[in-house]
Design a protein around this ligand. Structure first.
Ligand code: THU
Length: 130
């Protein structure tokens, strides 16, 4: 994806980050999922007092997109706190791979913005098997 498009998607991820509910880690994350035809679906991390129940921004965006009727995912941008490496966690990589291993993932690092495919981030992913 072009660098201009990547920055636009990342900007949407940065904006939705403000809506994250992360009182336990204080690590707020926003995700913006490009589902095609100009549609972008947003997600933010939502934590819980029962820590293990928290959901990452990426999976929140995927759940919102599927619930809205979208299943074709072209790219996802993930934005975390300034200067932090905010690449998708292993669970989110597996969830993204379910829909499109060739999806572009744009994320922030201490050195700037990185862009890789899900396959590069999670080689030999499992499934889908139906
Ligand atoms: N988190 C995300 O939402 N996405 C990522 O890519 C990395 C981690 C969340 C999970 C948890 O709420 C907080 O960031 C700290 O790990």
């Amino acid at each position: 994806m072009s660098s201009a498009d990547a920055h636009e998607l990342l900007s949407a991820a940065q904006d939705v980050r403000a809506r994250a509910y992360a009182p336990y880690s204080n690590f707020t994350v926003g995700a913006a999922l490009d589902v095609g035809d100009g549609h972008v679906i947003l997600g933010a991390n939502v934590e819980n007092a029962s820590y293990g129940l928290g959901i990452c921004a990426e999976r929140a965006a995927v759940a919102a997109a599927v619930s809205a009727g979208f299943r074709t995912f072209h790219a996802i941008a993930v934005a975390g706190p300034d200067g932090a490496l905010t690449s998708p966690c292993g669970a989110c990589r597996q969830v993204l791979a379910e829909f499109n291993p060739e999806m572009t993932v744009i994320y922030t690092t201490p050195d700037g913005v990185a862009q890789q495919t899900v396959s590069e981030l999670l080689p030999h992913h499992f499934g889908p098997f139906v």
